[in-house]
Design a protein around this ligand. Structure first.
Ligand SMILES: [Zn+2]
Length: 82
């Protein structure tokens, strides 16, 4: 999955250019909380900044804050095995 996205953030700027930041976060197109799967088709690579933007627009800042504090171990994510 990281290879599929070229190790780069897949978000687009308002100019239509692709974000040049390295992708460091795995994002669910359909959030876990809405029944999104861990299939590759539901995952995309984002930089930390875009992931934060998306997360905060998705479901309240409280949840996003908790997520940052928890800092789940990245190595356990199935998408990172690809
Ligand atoms: Zn980005």
């Amino acid at each position: 999955m990281i290879r599929r996205d070229g190790g780069q953030c897949t978000a687009l700027h308002s100019t239509g250019e692709r974000c040049a930041q390295p992708g460091s976060d795995v994002d669910h197109l359909v959030p876990d909380s809405l029944g999104g799967s861990d299939e590759l088709t539901n995952l995309q690579l984002l930089c930390a900044w875009h992931h934060r933007q998306k997360s905060s627009s998705e479901g309240g800042t409280a949840a996003a804050k908790v997520r940052v504090v928890t800092a789940r171990p990245r190595t356990s994510h199935p998408a990172l095995d690809d």
